[in-house]
Design a protein around this ligand. Structure first.
Ligand code: 6V0
Length: 321
């Protein structure tokens, strides 16, 4: 039990290493600084100067939040880290899908996981680089770590987007919406409406009462699926949402919360799937991914989950062959 061992818990000293200091990585670092999470925060990137600049910039936030040692580092710094977060990789260009990134980002990932593992690291990997379900699987494979110690950001951002959209539609705050996007973080994802609720009431019942049609719900789902393309067309990249989602997962790990969160998890028979990472709710704590919560899907949704998994399996077969 080294990831978060008893001593570090007593001392409350936790260390996170961020690999990939681009738009997503630096947004995550900022979110972590805002929350005062992890007393030691190390930034690694091939562009060393940027990590140095970001560390200097971010430490100026700490007098307003919590004391924190933020610095530009090396892979050797992972040796005693609790968490390594991977946001290194090419982002989508306008018109590109996440799956288009697979070859270049698998290459980048292979240069990262090995030195992290060679450092002696035995904490938890959290992966966000795209296509995230494929890269999370590859991190698990390359590292040889147990599946519960490799977590993907999966559909965390997409689920946040769904909650924002449903919150607006039904005039409640987004955190009051219990609804999930499941499947690939990408074009084959879907909204699991049959399991969604607001204040214990099934969302589909509320929709009927409020005359929100099935078409409108489909439009919301499509809007979630296409929101990244919309943002990328307008400003070139998306980063605040995912940076904050990564902070939320990190907090569940560092504070040993047993929080139920949308993530990318290894499938061991759940949803009839095996040997694949895909988006689902799961319990996250100091040990990593404690267990998958298998949503009771309708037949139609189960087919979407199976199809989404088949899309990912094909990429895994082609990409990791
Ligand atoms: P960016 O701003 O280009 O940053 C990428 C960073 O990775 C740069 O700082 C690079 O220098 C660095 N990098 C490249 N190669 C290496 C390497 N071998 N070792 C260390 N660092 C390296 O991209 P951005 O931050 O916008 O996106 C990063 C990744 O996150 C992309 O793959 C995106 O597609 C992905 N996203 C994932 C999301 C999710 O929900 N999981 C959401 C948005 C973006």
């Amino acid at each position: 039990m080294k990831g978060i061992d008893i001593l570090s818990k007593l001392q409350n000293h936790q260390k996170v290493v961020l690999v990939g200091d681009g738009a997503v990585g630096s947004s995550y670092a900022f979110a972590m600084a805002q929350q005062g999470l992890a007393e030691e925060f190390v930034i690694v990137d091939v562009v060393k100067e940027r990590t140095q600049g970001d560390a200097l910039d971010l430490e100026d936030a700490t007098p307003f939040t919590a004391p924190k040692n933020i610095y530009s580092g090396e892979y050797s710094d992972c040796a005693d880290a609790d968490l390594v977060v991977i946001t290194a990789g090419a982002p989508q260009k306008p018109g590109e899908t996440r799956l288009d990134l697979v070859n270049k980002n698998l290459k980048i990932l292979s240069t990262i996981v090995k030195p992290v593992v060679d450092s002696g690291f035995d904490g938890i990997f959290l992966v966000a680089a795209n296509p995230v379900d494929i890269l999370t699987y590859a991190t698990w494979k390359f590292s040889g770590f147990p599946k519960e110690k490799v977590i993907g950001s999966g559909i965390s951002l997409d689920t946040a987007r769904l909650r924002v959209a449903l919150g607006k539609k039904f005039n409640v705050s987004p955190e009051s919406v219990d609804a999930y996007i499941l499947g690939e973080h990408g074009d084959s994802e879907f909204a699991a409406y049959s399991t969604a609720s607001i204040g214990t009431r099934p969302l589909l019942d509320i929709a009927k009462e409020e005359n929100v049609s099935a078409d409108e719900l489909t439009q919301i789902e499509d809007g979630v699926r296409n929101k990244a393309y919309d943002i990328i067309n307008k400003k070139g990249a998306t980063f605040y949402g995912v940076g904050t989602a990564l902070m939320r997962i990190s907090r569940a790990i560092l504070r040993d919360e047993n929080a139920v969160l949308p993530v990318g998890a290894y499938m061991d028979g759940q949803y009839g799937l095996n040997d694949i990472y895909i988006g689902t709710p799961a319990v996250i704590n100091g040990q990593g991914l404690a267990r998958v919560i298998e949503s009771p899907l309708s037949d139609d949704e189960m087919k979407k989950m199976t199809d989404s998994a088949a899309t990912l399996k094909q990429v895994l077969t082609d990409g990791l062959a």
